[in-house]
Design a binder for this molecule. Structure first.
Ligand code: A3P
Length: 303
């Protein structure tokens, strides 16, 4: 179906979809309605899963991985949209819309897949098959700011309300895919029990070469210095922002309206300082301490 047709169809149902909880985690209605299918997703041992809490640098990691798999061949990486190259496994939509789940089923191996599921909700076949997983985490405040703007522009996500209201929703885990705190801690605890490479957005931003080398090692791939530099360049924020196959601009505006806020928004660490008031920041920090007590997981909110 053409994007124009999809746009027309979608405009007729332009209200935001309902959301429902699965095991205390908020999901959209379609994921909820198809949860059995998602839970029974059949992973394969040569799958590579990219897992993140929403707005933590998923698309960035996806582009890096695709560039590695294609030995730095930019044209090959522009063969399709990010979401068609690397299916979003829990994303099930009613026909004729896009369903990452179905795409994953049809895709030949080896597959690279995406999920935002908290660790306890990952289909058990991934653990059984011992598939490799790259987890990318981002500090809570920048993640919140990014998610807030994304929720304004993406009609598949609940309306965020005011920034003040959104801070509350985020702190209470009343956002799609649930609590950021539980997500990052859950995956952190899982990383020593499974084949999980746990990375941080802030580290990638500060020193992409160092982090990409970690990904290469994890993927058991070797590339030349020249290709490595090409990957760093092609996956930089400024280049990805201009890349229609990575910046989500090919979607109809009735789904993502980039004039409200672009998907490739700022791509920096520390933008939270332009959003939080002193009072909001103090309240957030106090609550953060309680929620993150006892974990060895430490985030940087500036670099
Ligand atoms: P901002 O809204 O803070 O700009 P996800 O892909 O998980 O939805 O994450 C989107 C966030 O990652 C957005 O953050 C986006 O700008 C940022 N991002 C995407 N590509 C990036 C890149 N190459 N470098 C830095 N940040 C990037």
């Amino acid at each position: 179906m053409s994007l124009e047709k999809m746009n027309d169809l979608n405009l007729k149902e332009s209200t935001r979809p309902e959301n429902k909880e699965i095991n205390g985690v908020l999901m959209n209605k379609w994921i909820y309605d198809n949860w059995d299918k998602v839970w029974n997703f059949q992973a394969k041992s040569d799958d590579l899963l990219i897992a993140t809490y929403a707005k933590s640098g998923t698309t960035w990691t996806q582009e890096i991985v695709d560039m590695i798999q294609n030995d730095g061949n930019v044209e090959k990486c522009q063969r399709a949209n990010t979401f068609d190259r690397q299916p979003f496994i829990e994303w099930i939509m009613p026909p004729p819309f896009h369903s990452g789940f179905d795409l994953a089923m049809k895709m030949p191996s080896p597959r690279t897949l995406k999920t935002h599921l908290p660790v306890q909700m990952v289909p058990p076949s991934f653990w059984k098959e011992n598939s490799k997983i790259i987890y990318m985490a981002r500090n809570a405040k920048d993640c919140l700011v990014s998610y807030y703007h994304f929720s304004r522009m993406n009609k598949y996500v609940p309306d965020p309300g005011t920034f003040e209201e959104y801070i509350e929703a985020f702190m209470n885990g009343r956002v799609l895919w649930g609590s950021w705190y539980d997500h990052v801690k859950g995956w952190w605890d899982a990383k020593d029990k499974h084949r999980i490479l746990y990375l941080f957005y802030e580290d990638m931003k500060e020193n992409p070469k160092k982090e990409i080398l970690k990904i290469l090692k994890f993927m058991e791939k070797d590339i030349s210095e020249e290709i490595l530099n090409k990957i760093i360049h092609h996956t930089s924020f400024d280049i990805m922002k201009q890349n229609p196959m990575a910046n989500y601009t090919t979607l109809p505006t009735s789904i993502m309206d980039h004039s409200i806020s672009p998907f490739m928004r700022k791509g920096i660490t520390g933008d939270w300082k332009n959003h939080f008031t002193v009072a909001q920041n103090e309240k957030f920090d106090e609550d953060y301490k309680k929620k993150m007590e006892g974990t060895t997981l430490i985030f940087r909110t500036e670099i």
